[in-house]
Design a protein around this ligand. Sequence first.
Ligand SMILES: [Fe+2]
Length: 185
Amino acid sequence: MTGDLVRAIVQSMKMSTDLEKKFQEQITLEFAASLTYRQLAIEADEQDLPGIAAWLRHQADEEIVHANKFIQHVSDRDNHAAIGTITAPAVAPGLTVLEIFEAALAHEQKVSEAIRELYRSADKEGDYDSRPLLNWFVDEQIEEEATVSEIIGRVRMIGEDGSGLLRLDSELGARPAKGTEADAE
Ligand SMILES: [Fe+2]
């Protein structure tokens, strides 16, 4: 009787195989996002913009934190968190600063849509256990897109003004740490 009860509880907590697969894809996407930011940081570094490069590396570390959040959730649900194939970041060499941030925004928009899709799948299955986590990610994506959009607006305003770019570089390099793995740097 107790065994049956325990089994019933475990079964209700566990997510479906289909949802598990979608979470695994999201874990892979977060790691891929980290590598994209890491590559964009290299591009900024090569243009002697250490502040922007540091900001992008910080973003890269945040994506690892995101992946870890999903891994933790899947493991806590008694499912299996597998990391899938990660392809090389689609970042062309020699991007302008504007193009670097436009690439970052495009990637964030892709991640936002993937989170919405995950939300739809969870909702369709009545998987309420994943809602708090997915709500956190919906909020996080709104914030990420808004932040990158604001930087793009400022880069456009700066245009060819070198001193403006240097000001933005030092400002982004000094951004306060948010308690991620990046703090260890
Ligand atoms: Fe993320």
